[in-house]
Design a protein around this ligand. Structure first.
Ligand SMILES: NC(=O)c1ccc[n+]([C@@H]2O[C@H](COP(=O)([O-])OP(=O)(O)OC[C@H]3O[C@@H](n4cnc5c(N)ncnc54)[C@H](OP(=O)(O)O)[C@@H]3O)[C@@H](O)[C@H]2O)c1
Length: 249
């Protein structure tokens, strides 16, 4: 059975990813500070495990060792945990900037390196293949600046550079690494913000070429594809899931 570790797989976009992998029969290990909404998931053909872990200091990778020793290996890692900071650049303190970097990119950097160390296999002839896949969750904010999100945009842009670097370094050890950049997705958080400002929601919808917000399942399907063998020759891809927002209107 294939095993995936999903950081922040307990709510929001991560919960939809957990559900998608369970439906496809994977063993899913969710890593987060709380159990969040995991209790709402219908049992699928897969198996669900949860591990409490605070990734906020950006260096903990013990959770990967624990899953590896319990399951005998990890097929895929989804680095989804993240946090936003809605402030213009001049209002962000050094401590706030550091916190955003720690959860959105430092923890991801540590996880990518450790995953390649654990799962990768050196190949004498350069043909190591299929030792594992990493999917990093960036954002439309990794592809373009968003208003009042300087720290977040800095981190999510870094995720793209990290993904490309891991794709190149990891390939010699049989590990692929790709990123997904969600655009405007209908989550509880975006609904709560935009319910107070329906005119803004309409403006955004008009600006999206597909004329609708994305669904958490739209992101989960892309993540599942990049984690599975169906994408075995896809490495270093930066995949927007944004209804065309990043390419124009
Ligand atoms: N929603 C969107 O429209 C959108 C758009 C573009 C990109 N994204 C990206 O997609 C990912 C998920 O976003 P979301 O909207 O689903 O966010 P969310 O609902 O706020 O969920 C964030 C997740 O990260 C976990 N997390 C946060 N801090 C953590 C920490 N210190 N240690 C361990 N886990 C931590 C949370 O779990 P606990 O609180 O239980 O720890 C939660 O599962 C993020 O990387 C976000 O930047 C989202």
């Amino acid at each position: 059975m294939r095993t995936v570790v999903i950081t922040g797989g307990n709510k929001g976009l991560g919960l939809a990813q957990t559900s998608r992998f369970l439906e496809a029969g994977w063993t899913v290990h969710v890593v987060s500070r709380t159990e969040g909404d995991l209790g709402t998931l219908a049992p699928g053909p897969g198996r669900l495990e949860w591990q409490r872990c605070d990734l906020g200091d950006g260096s903990d990778t013990d959770y990967l060792d624990q899953v590896c020793s319990r399951e005998g290996g990890i097929s895929a890692l989804v680095n989804n945990a993240g946090a936003h900071l809605k402030k213009p650049v001049w209002e962000v303190s050094p401590a706030e900037f550091q916190r955003v970097l720690d959860i959105n990119i430092k923890s991801m950097f540590a996880a990518c390196g450790h995953f390649v160390r654990l799962q990768g296999r050196d190949s004498d002839n350069g043909e190591a293949e299929n030792c594992g896949a990493i999917v990093n969750i960036s954002s439309m904010g990794g592809l373009m600046a968003l208003p009042s999100a300087a720290a977040y945009v800095t981190a999510k842009t870094g995720v793209i550079g990290l993904t490309r670097s891991v794709a190149v370094d990891g390939a010699s050890r049989g590990i692929r690494c790709n990123a997904v950049c969600p655009g405007f997705i209908d989550t509880d958080m975006t609904r709560a913000i935009l319910e107070k400002d329906p005119a803004r929601r309409e403006r955004i919808e008009r600006r999206i070429p597909s004329r609708r917000f994305g669904l958490p399942d739209d992101v989960a399907n892309a993540v599942h594809f990049l984690a599975s063998d169906e994408s075995r020759y896809v490495n270093g891809a930066i995949l927007p899931v944004d209804g065309g927002y990043a390419v124009g209107f």
